[in-house]
Design a protein around this ligand. Structure first.
Ligand SMILES: NC(=O)c1ccc[n+]([C@@H]2O[C@H](COP(=O)([O-])OP(=O)(O)OC[C@H]3O[C@@H](n4cnc5c(N)ncnc54)[C@H](O)[C@@H]3O)[C@@H](O)[C@H]2O)c1
Length: 336
């Protein structure tokens, strides 16, 4: 909602929100954000609506995707961002029961019609076959951008990846045995006390985005920082390459074909410096390492909320297109 309101984009209107939270709580959550500060505008409530900068947004409070009357609010694209309904079949209820045209699951979904990573494989979108789409995760987006440059420029292979992820909404403040959103008991452990390993499928999904990379070994850790995450990628190329060559390739991509998706920042960087960066990854040239036998390693930072939300909107624009004429997408989002 914040990004839509700060961007003048006639292609996207937030038409409706469904959330189990009452409207006054949604308004409060939009007005005051611990990380991003006050909302730069006005937020009020009216019966059945939020008024955001005097624009009415319909609010529903249904628990189940099968009960939300999206067609009443003329919604084209639903962003399924509850974290609860991550399988393609359940998310499809927004279409079959709710009357929306397309669904974007804001996570590494199970069995969507397609995984589309913006800038890596979104040009494989087929409107006739892809109704429920997943952009994978923020980490997959960050890794895929660096991998694409290294693959296209140097023929990268033999890839290992790591993500170090800031605190997530589904984590717990103290140890819990029940109620965690995943099966792994480690994910119920207190988020502020540990580096928590997570068996995430991110590596597999980078391979889905860029099949020429082949299989990837991946590791993933959740850490107690509030925002700002790290992506590292290593691999092999068939000739020795210098640090300068790798960094120049990234800088050229950031200034050229990957503009807006890769940000190149030569200043000494720590994770909080990526706050509010809309790119999928902020490449950190100080992290590049190479060896004489063709091994290399790179790192980048990403704002796991802000960058990923921009990619959700990029995909929403794509899914919202109607052929031939009607431009524009009206969307639902469950998080504001
Ligand atoms: N936060 C991140 O860094 C990040 C990045 C990429 C992807 N994601 C994914 O996005 C999803 C949401 O993450 P988040 O951080 O925005 O979570 P969040 O907890 O901040 O937001 C979830 C929202 O869904 C609402 N909700 C819960 N159950 C509901 C239901 N049955 N019906 C309607 N609304 C319901 C909650 O009230 C809340 O407003 C997760 O799948 C997460 O993995 C998060």
């Amino acid at each position: 909602m914040r990004i839509v309101n700060q961007t003048v984009d006639p292609a996207i209107t937030v038409a409706a929100i469904n959330d189990i939270a009452p409207a006054d709580r949604l308004a409060y959550g939009l007005k005051r954000d611990s990380l991003r500060g006050r909302f730069p505008g006005t937020v009020e409530t009216r019966p059945g609506h939020l008024l955001v900068n005097d624009r009415a947004v319909r609010v529903f409070h249904e628990q189940s995707p099968s009960r939300i009357p999206w067609s009443d609010a003329d919604v084209d694209v639903v962003i399924e961002a509850t974290g609860r309904f991550r399988t393609g079949d359940v998310a499809r209820d927004h279409i079959t029961h709710g009357g929306a045209r397309k669904v974007l699951i804001s996570a590494s979904a199970d069995t969507p019609d397609a995984f589309l990573i913006w800038g890596a494989n979104h040009d494989t979108y087929d409107p006739a076959r892809h109704d429920v789409v997943s952009p994978a995760s923020c980490g997959v987006n960050a890794l895929s951008m660096m991998a694409k440059v290294l693959l296209d420029r140097f023929g990268l292979h033999g890839v290992n990846t790591s993500v170090v992820l800031a605190i997530q909404g589904w984590q717990r403040g103290h140890d819990q045995s029940t109620g965690t959103s995943r099966n792994d008991p480690r994910l119920g452990r207190a988020m502020n006390q540990s580096i928590i390993p997570h068996d995430h499928v991110a590596g597999e999904l980078v391979s889905v985005a860029l099949p020429r990379l082949g299989e990837i070994c991946h590791t993933y850790y959740c850490v107690p920082t509030p925002i700002g995450s790290l992506a590292e990628l290593s691999g092999l190329i068939d000739r020795p390459v210098t640090i300068d060559e790798v960094n120049s390739a990234m800088a050229e991509a950031a200034a050229g074909p990957m503009r807006g998706l890769i940000d190149y920042d030569p200043d000494p960087t720590v994770s909080i410096d990526v706050l509010n960066n809309p790119a999928s990854v902020m490449f950190d040239p100080a992290g590049t390492r190479t060896t004489a036998d063709g091994r290399l390693k790179v790192r980048g930072w990403f704002d796991n909320e802000w960058g990923f939300s921009h990619r959700l909107l990029d995909l929403t624009r794509l899914l919202g297109q109607r052929e031939p004429a009607r431009a524009g997408a009206r969307l639902h989002t469950a998080t504001v």
